[in-house]
Design a protein around this ligand. Sequence first.
Ligand code: C6P
Length: 414
Amino acid sequence: MAVKQNVKLDARRIRADFPIFEQLEEGKPLAFLDSAVSAHKPRQVIAALKDFYENSYGNVGRGVYALAERANAAYEQAREKAREFINASSPREVVFTRNTTEGLNLVAYAWGLDNLGPGDIVLASELEHHSNFVPWQEVARRTGAEFRVIPVTGEGELELDELERLAGGGRLKIIAITAVSNSLGTIVPVERLIAFAHERGAIAVIDAAQAAPHRRVDVQALDCDFLAFSGHKMCGPSGVGVLFGRAELLQKMSPFLTGGGMIRRVSVEKTTWAELPHKFEAGTPPVAEAVALGAAIDYLEGIGLEAIAAHEHELAAYALERLGELPGLTLYGPPLERRAGIVSFNLEGIHPHDVAQILDAEGVCVRAGHHCNQPLMHKLGVAATSRASFYLYSLPEEVDRLVVGLERAQKVFA
Ligand code: C6P
């Protein structure tokens, strides 16, 4: 697929790149409305993974033979693609991780354990995925810092009026915030929160798991200190993610994991660390996965992040309109203008798991559950929701099929 940037994307043509859509589910074409959990892979990415294993596979940073050097070059080229993708100023600021969760834990432990103490405030929000909530809560507990959360409104938007009070008059050390809510699709005004943190001498960590695959993320324009995302949610393979960190912070931090590949010199008396970013890449990294993530970045850039965001916006608008017509259906989340391609809902009197099972029989995949957002579910006063999420290959008729399936669920449970 080579579609020019900013041109409206052609989801039907894009689908032809994804082998998964060639098969039928329950005798019907797959209506995959669960890309927020993980996205499907185009042929180009699968081919890059296969090609690397067949022709260039080797470990990195270890061998001196030509094959190992080829593998190393491919791995570092993938890092360069990731750098460009988020506009980091140097590849030294791009650490390959396993996923968003590992990136956020890296910051929480490697930065938090050395920089937090009694009286300090760690600020997250009620919107956070457990991966950007639990590590901070745990590190605060261990260091004696105070863990606070920005509350959300009934529509799932941050109560920013509370910020000043929560910052505790100069005690704020870090804000850990998601750019897009995985349950509600809320687009969070992270620029404002980052500026707020910096004005108080604090740092800002952005969870971009639901942002980087879908819209342009520029770490220099955001001026964030750390930012994490996962390859598997952006058409890349599972097992690889990216953590951006400002070089001056990464430089000062202790490593998160220690062992092979991250040292400069080891002796009985003392160990010193490798240069950035290798200091944070202990052990054999996900080499082939990183290379294939590079191919996924090429693929997304070929289509254009702006075109992808616009396509998902149209689908979210259509879904809100169609679902809004169903009696007994409660929609959650903010208005369309501040929402990404994610729509959460409940059908009166029917558990989301039952909804998802009936939809499955129609070949429609949605996620049902708490979406790793238990504090948010608590705030919304529900145990779970059903969630439809869109990506570059999603089609409006899949929304129609979702609606038909929901009407069926209502008849079954009437
Ligand atoms: N959300 C969802 O269905 P990992 O598992 O490390 O790749 O991503 C964790 C994560 C962190 N932050 C946000 C905002 C996320 O959405 C996710 C993953 C999936 O919503 C699985 S729970």
